[in-house]
Design a protein around this ligand. Structure first.
Ligand SMILES: Cc1ncc(COP(=O)(O)O)c(C=O)c1O
Length: 454
């Protein structure tokens, strides 16, 4: 009898190996990160935090979690003089847990990080439970302008328990309308303002949000908290060449599984001066026993970013950017409409409905067509779309996953050629079949780093 579990894994692996992944929020972990998931920390209950656990025998859990925190702070350059040699002390039993806590604290005097959240959405909730009372107001970007479903949408706890108000982008430029953010903030007096999104291809001026918070303080005598959700752009900030929210914001949250190429999970960074105690709202506020085996896999992923002074990471990030820009430029050359006419990051929003109205395309036709040729993309709501939300005009494409497979600009140009031809011939099964063969050949040329039984 076939082993059912191994069949399931092999079939999913086969799918991942053969398709071209352009969903902007997906990526592939390295073999080291993948192997790191399977470790014996999974056997241990460790409610609490280093030196403050509910059960005994936590010495190695504490050391491991502190190492993960140290690396998590280091990837965003929040520790003074990170060096991998200094990490030796986490496995040196002549250093006590208290000494290690002090060491991380001294290395990062301004910021602290909770590495336990199982995912971003619960981490998000922990922040609100920490800082707000039910019914308090939060200011987010509207879902239809590039925000995320967990940003105050009625289906999510954030929209059920808190009053959500939204800002938009400018109708002509599709860039954040700073004046409107300020106007909304002054009108609604939010306790938290959230910046960064799921579908915004341009840079953000973080300092502008700090100015808005100051204006509220002048007018109403309180300062709203500023929270950055950098789930999509954490990789660019870790690169260190794009503006960082850390100098301006109070709380920064991110997923670990998108561009950071780690295991599924999240991080909450917060200024120590705010430490009313966010930690208490992660545990016991929203979750119980931490998944310490995943915390360890986070340390492995962060170690890959920090390796050799980020040399490898910078090479990867530069290529992600180059590939996204190649995508945007090639599509523009083929007369497709691209929101904001380009991108500063890894994602490109492409108008499939109105670039060539005579084709009768929308996201559904586009998604089905690309699925037939083994290319994976996702639909996206986008500002001022005249199509209804369930049939939006746009699709979102991203370059991180294929760049992990070391597709370079040349291959990306070929992919955009394939997409262009497929969408313009979506009724022609012969053309689609030829394109599928091209896709499969490309995918096999750049295999995933996992063991694959054909
Ligand atoms: C900006 C942003 N925040 C949060 C999330 C949700 O993260 P998670 O799936 O870890 O809850 C996403 C995922 O799509 C996202 O794009």
């Amino acid at each position: 009898m076939k082993n059912i579990i191994s069949t399931l894994i092999q079939q999913e692996l086969r799918r991942q190996q053969l398709e071209l992944e352009l969903i902007a929020s997906e990526n592939y972990v390295s073999l080291d990160v993948l192997n790191a998931y399977a470790n014996v920390f999974t056997n241990k209950y460790s409610e609490g935090y280093p030196w403050k656990r509910y059960y005994w025998w936590q010495d190695w859990v504490d050391r491991m979690e502190l190492l993960t925190q140290y690396r998590a702070l280091a990837i965003f350059d929040l520790v003074d003089e990170y060096s991998s040699e200094k990490e030796e002390r986490f496995v040196d039993s002549s250093f006590s847990i208290k000494e290690l806590i002090d060491f991380v604290g001294q290395a990062s005097p301004v910021w602290w990080v909770n590495v336990q959240p199982l995912s971003w959405s619960p981490a998000n909730l922990a922040v609100y439970l920490w800082l707000l009372e039910p019914g308090d107001t939060i200011l987010w970007m509207d879902l239809n302008a590039g925000g995320h479903l967990s940003h105050g949408f009625k289906l999510n706890a954030s929209g059920i328990f808190y009053k959500a108000v939204f800002y938009w982008v400018n109708r002509q430029t599709h860039l954040i309308d700073r004046e409107q953010v300020e106007q909304m903030a002054l009108e609604h007096k939010p306790k938290i303002i959230v910046a960064w999104y799921s579908a915004y291809p341009r840079r953000l001026d973080w300092s502008r949000f700090a100015q808005i918070a100051d204006k509220i303080k002048q007018k109403y005598w309180y300062k709203p908290y500023l929270m950055a959700d950098i789930a999509h752009i954490a990789w660019l900030i870790a690169w260190g060449e794009l503006d960082s929210p850390f100098p301006w914001f109070d709380i920064v949250t991110t997923t670990t599984h998108k561009t950071l190429r780690g295991p599924r999970g999240a991080l909450i960074y917060f200024r120590r001066e705010l430490e009313k105690d966010i930690n208490r709202w992660v545990f016991p506020g929203i979750q119980w026993g931490p998944h310490e085996h995943i915390v360890l896999a986070k340390a492995v992923a962060f170690g890959e970013i920090l390796k050799d002074n980020k040399v490898w990471w910078k090479k990867y990030v530069k290529q992600v950017l180059k590939n996204a820009q190649t995508l945007a430029n090639t599509l523009i050359d083929r007369w497709w409409k691209i929101i904001t006419n380009g991108t500063d990051n890894h994602l490109v929003l492409m108008d499939v409905a109105w670039s060539f109205p005579e084709l009768g395309l929308d996201w559904k036709v586009a998604e089905n067509t690309l699925e037939k040729i083994w290319i994976s993309i996702n639909k996206n709501s986008i500002p001022f779309d005249t199509n209804p939300p369930l049939r939006p005009s746009w699709i979102r494409l991203g370059s991180p996953a294929l760049t992990t497979r070391w597709f370079a600009s040349e291959e990306f140009m070929q992919i955009w050629d394939i997409i262009d031809t497929a969408l313009k011939n979506y009724n022609n099964s012969k053309v689609l079949n030829d394109l599928k063969q091209q896709v499969l050949l490309l995918a096999q040329k750049f295999p995933l780093p996992y063991e694959f039984n054909k």
